[in-house]
Design a protein around this ligand. Structure first.
Ligand SMILES: NC(=O)c1ccc[n+]([C@@H]2O[C@H](COP(=O)([O-])OP(=O)(O)OC[C@H]3O[C@@H](n4cnc5c(N)ncnc54)[C@H](O)[C@@H]3O)[C@@H](O)[C@H]2O)c1
Length: 310
């Protein structure tokens, strides 16, 4: 997709600032709004810092950032709106109704919501509720390429295609989620893993640190390169996925049927909290998060080098 778009960013906390960075560094103009005291100064500082970290540079792009005095003014002539307000349904519904009323009918309205469905979000919108979709990023959202696009039943194929194209053009890796499910897709996949990890800890099979070693030094290393399914097909040699499923499918089904449901009661929570404390052994969480981001950047650069990312 070519051409400069007018992007509106509503809510400029962690996620809004990451989106502003992505759209600005791709050459679009961004009009932002957030009612919090000092929000504009924080946003400008955060965009400069995110741009520096991602290596995209934002010094001149910051000239294309406008801070609007109200939500309605921020979206008045927008081509694309990204909503990043607090994760509370009543707040989202009223924000999206206000955006829908004030934005041009041709604008697409995407919400960063981690859990709500577009048909919940658009409940109070009356002008063109079909153009309200979910566009869910992943933290740290200025670095991680995945965006989950979830339309409602009222959304046209043209709106979906355009939202996917706009995200792709700023260097994201969008996927289309074809049903409205709690947690969309990637968080459901994480939840499946967390469920079994919590269960194994609860049953005393391994420690919290062992779980993290089992993934971060095992399959997790491969999953960052290829997803779990394409990766699985490589285990089948020349026979690929067909051979893997014929050969290892039956035992795998036995493991799947043995997986346990968990209840996050106080005892289990205590085990998980003390297990992580023991594993991290007083390491500074800020330093650890910075190291995670630094390594993530190198991994992303590696994916670019091998042509797996634009
Ligand atoms: N933090 C994450 O890991 C993460 C990841 C993916 C998606 N999300 C989603 O992104 C959204 C934002 O999350 P966040 O972590 O940036 O939260 P945050 O608390 O950092 O930011 C929310 C911002 O919204 C502002 N706000 C409140 N009312 C507003 C209004 N009427 N209009 C405009 N702005 C308003 C607040 O002042 C605040 O700055 C949530 O829906 C969340 O579920 C978060």
């Amino acid at each position: 997709m070519s051409g400069t778009l007018k992007i509106a960013i509503l809510g400029t906390g962690v996620i809004g600032a990451a989106w502003a960075t992505g759209f600005l560094t791709a050459g679009h103009t961004v009009t932002a709004f957030d009612p919090a005291e000092g929000a504009e100064e924080r946003l400008r500082a955060q965009v400069a810092s995110f741009g520096g970290e991602a290596g995209t540079g934002t010094t001149s792009a910051l000239d294309n950032l406008i801070f609007a005095p109200s939500l309605a003014e921020a979206v008045a002539d927008a081509d694309f709106v990204q909503e990043n307000g607090p994760e509370r349904l009543e707040v989202k519904q009223s924000m999206l109704a206000e955006i829908d009323a004030a934005a041009p009918e041709s604008a697409i309205i995407a919400s960063s919501t981690s859990g709500f469905a577009p048909s919940q979000l658009n409940a109070q919108a009356t002008k063109a509720p079909g153009r309200i979709v979910v566009g869910h990023p992943f933290n740290p959202a200025h670095l991680v390429p995945l965006v989950e696009v979830v339309p409602s039943a009222a959304t046209s194929a043209a709106v979906v295609d355009r939202a996917l194209a706009i995200y792709e053009a700023i260097g994201k890796k969008p996927i289309l989620v074809r049903a409205e499910l709690p947690g969309h897709v990637a968080n459901r996949l994480q939840a499946a893993m967390w469920q079994e990890a919590y269960s194994l800890v609860e049953r005393g099979v391994v420690t919290v640190a062992d779980i993290d070693t089992a993934i971060a030094y095992g399959p997790g290393l491969r999953w960052a390169i290829l997803g779990p399914l394409a990766q699985q097909s490589l285990s089948g040699g020349a026979g690929g996925m067909r051979h893997v499923l014929d050969h290892l499918g039956p035992p795998q089904e036995v493991w799947m049927h043995d997986l346990k449901q968990v209840h996050l009661g106080e005892d289990l929570k205590e085990k998980l909290v003390s297990g992580v404390d023991e594993e991290l052994d007083g390491r500074d969480l800020t330093v650890l998060a910075q190291q995670r981001d630094d390594m993530l950047l190198e991994l992303i650069a590696l994916k670019r080098k091998y042509g797996e990312l634009p």
